[in-house]
Ligand binder design. Structure first.
Ligand SMILES: Cc1cc2nc3c(=O)[nH]c(=O)nc-3n(C[C@H](O)[C@H](O)[C@H](O)COP(=O)(O)O)c2cc1C
Length: 215
């Protein structure tokens, strides 16, 4: 079906069209005996500002979901758009047996966390230590929402106001299983105006821009 310049996509391509999905991430967890697990995720999104909360979805059958339901803790480790670490992201995403430490399999380095038991990954430039706010199980999935308890960044990768240095951080999206081995990134940032003068644009709204510039 077409409508003007638009073409309706067949349902089998809807997930391909919604790209990027979320930030590519490696999520570390531990089982009830303290054994470390890591898995890769495409569905990782920061969903609230205050408190800062992060969500992702995982399988009900996997180690990550089971560990998180058992321990209530996880760490989100964000890789950068560089071949070496993205290859490791793919290794970490392989279906290793329960109890296998994927960090060792991928040649990644565990760093102790400060607030939770799962370790951080030294090769990632940003780490978010989380505890579980809520989970929901549906179909064969688990949705996990976590509160960030501590957040870390490699020191040269943020400015004095906490904004990331984009070409150091190199944020990377993975757009889900149909994209197989294809990661995505864009480094350009642009501040844009709000060319509208109606009552919907309040002084408060205008002041938000300057507020964030002063923070
Ligand atoms: C780049 C990448 C992104 C992935 N994203 C997801 C995802 O968002 N959700 C998911 O359930 N599995 C995702 N996977 C697959 C899991 O990483 C994989 O099933 C892994 O074996 C689960 O490990 P676990 O059993 O240790 O939890 C992804 C894999 C890769 C390589």
């Amino acid at each position: 079906m077409t409508h003007g310049n638009f073409v309706a996509q067949p349902e089998k391509y809807w997930d391909r069209l919604f790209a990027p999905g979320g930030h590519a991430a490696m999520i570390t967890s531990v089982d009830k005996d303290g054994r470390v697990n890591a898995a890769s995720y495409a569905t990782c999104v920061r969903i609230t500002h205050k408190p800062v909360q992060i969500c992702f979805t995982t399988s009900q059958k996997g180690d990550t979901g089971r560990n998180i339901l058992e321990t209530g803790q996880f760490v989100v480790n964000l890789p950068q758009f560089e071949r070496e670490i993205l290859e490791k992201v793919r290794v970490v995403g392989l279906p290793f047996a329960p109890g296998v430490n994927e960090l060792e399999k991928a040649g990644l380095t565990a760093l102790p966390s400060s607030k939770v038991k799962p370790p951080r990954i030294a090769e990632c430039l940003r780490h978010f230590e989380c505890d579980v706010e809520w989970t929901k199980q549906w179909h064969n999935r688990i949705m996990v929402v976590g509160n960030v308890l501590e957040a870390w960044v490699e020191e040269s990768c943020v400015d004095a106001k906490g904004y990331i240095v984009w070409d150091r951080i190199k944020p990377v999206a993975f757009c889900g299983a149909p994209y197989v081995n294809m990661f995505a990134a864009g480094y350009e940032t642009m501040r844009v105006g709000l060319p509208y003068e109606g009552p919907e644009v309040t002084d408060a709204m205008r002041s938000v821009e300057s507020m964030f510039e002063d923070m």
